[in-house]
Design a binder for this molecule. Structure first.
Ligand code: TXA
Ligand code: MG
Length: 368
């Protein structure tokens, strides 16, 4: 099987582009799979109300079927169709962050098949801001279930080149667009508990969520108190109901791995780690050229690493946008070891973003 492939730019759609979108929407309606761009990463979509759609997604990704999917919507009617017990807090967050890179977890309605939610009674919902994604969902007329469009365990895809290479033999159609603007998957926030809890960090942080909701300094403090209590429970320091398992099932799987081995250097340890890797490689008579190891760093640190530096951006925002494509590029270039400097920020929002990027790199590193 080879997928239909078409390019659509996320601006005023031409007639031809509208036809392409209509074709893709029909495929979704008829039970097919379509790779499409979003502002975060490419998604691998199918009808979110059909168990068969979910099955096809799991098969195309090679993903275990107990890993729940995010259901993408284009309007609030679709939200009411699939989710229930939507709190006032959730409404505030949706007002501020939708359409955009925030996924909210709600109790699901009957209409959402358990195949889509990995057997859970909750559903993850997101309204993307990418115009191609929105138009596709609108035309399909059904919510679209879509995980990131990578083969399970591989880095997510943020550039059309990789969407094409990795997915052409796995789906019915691929919609290509410009590189994904944010480059990190959406923030996943659980709305079913006492307070909103971020399960997967992204561009929007726990801090920003609390700040949006708190109406006074006391209210903000109260949120953090509850969060700390919750985190203590997770650490097992306080046991409320015995065993504490991973709340976001996706967290337990192999993630983001390129072929290269990924190492994380603690702050200030990058150079020592690099020297160690290089000297070991020489001892083992591995290739002596500089291409087998690269150090991921921001532009301002590049001079420390000389020919080994791999600049992932001038700013953290750029680094976030580039990170997945860069991991994949290293494989294309035959790089064997990637050392990642621990990214840090100065302002609170930079620190949040640094944390979101490091979350992906640490997972990539823990797999080998
Ligand atoms: O930006 C994104 O979120 C992209 C684009 C395509 O929208 N999608 C994405 O999907 O990253 P995926 O499947 O790669 O990640 C979904 C995450 C997983 O960690 C999964 O465990 C979690 O969301 N998740 C989904 N439904 C959940 C639920 N009901 N409860 C808890 N976690 C859930
Ligand atoms: Mg993923």
């Amino acid at each position: 099987m080879s997928a239909l492939v078409a390019r659509v730019s996320p601006r005023d759609f031409s007639l031809e582009e509208l036809e392409i979108l209509e074709k893709a929407a029909q495929l979704i309606e008829q039970g097919g799979t379509v790779v499409f761009p979003t502002e975060t990463v490419y998604g691998l979509g199918a009808n979110g109300l059909s168990p068969l759609g979910a099955e096809k997604i799991y098969k195309a990704k090679g993903r275990p079927s107990d890993n729940p999917l995010i259901v993408h919507i284009s309007d609030y009617e679709m939200l009411e169709l699939i989710a229930t017990n939507i709190s006032a807090e959730a409404r505030v967050l949706m007002d501020k962050f939708w359409p955009g890179p925030l996924t909210l977890i709600f109790d699901k309605k009957e209409i959402v098949p358990e195949a889509t939610t990995g057997g859970l009674s909750t559903v993850a919902v997101r309204m993307p801001s990418h115009l191609v994604a929105l138009e596709l969902i609108k035309r399909a007329g059904v919510p679209i279930a879509a995980p990131s469009a990578n083969v399970s365990g591989r880095p997510s895809i943020t550039a059309s080149e990789y969407a094409l290479r990795e997915m052409a033999d796995r789906v019915d159609m691929i919609l290509l667009s410009e590189d994904c603007e944010i480059g990190l998957e959406s923030t996943v926030c659980d709305m079913t508990g006492e307070i909103p809890i971020v399960l997967r960090p992204g561009k929007i942080s726990q801090r920003e969520i609390f700040q949006t909701l708190a109406t006074s300094p006391e209210a903000l403090e109260n949120y953090y108190e509850k969060l700390n209590r919750h985190l203590k429970v997770l650490e097992g320091k306080v046991s409320e109901d015995g065993i504490v398992g991973p709340k976001s099932p996706g967290m337990k799987y192999r993630h983001y791995s390129p072929e290269a081995k990924v190492l994380i250097a603690n702050s200030g340890k990058g150079l020592a780690m690099l020297k160690d890797v290089v000297s070991k490689a020489k001892a083992e008579e591995l290739k002596g050229d500089s291409s087998f190891v690269r150090v991921f760093c921001l532009a301002k640190e590049a001079s420390i690493y000389g020919e080994w530096a791999e600049i992932i951006g001038e700013t953290l925002e750029e680094a976030g946008r580039n990170i997945f494509t860069r991991l994949r590029k290293m494989d294309d270039q035959g790089v064997k070891v990637i050392i990642c400097e621990t990214l840090e920020g100065e302002t609170p929002s930079e620190m949040d973003l640094a944390k979101a990027i490091m979350n992906r790199l640490i997972k990539a590193a823990s797999n080998k």
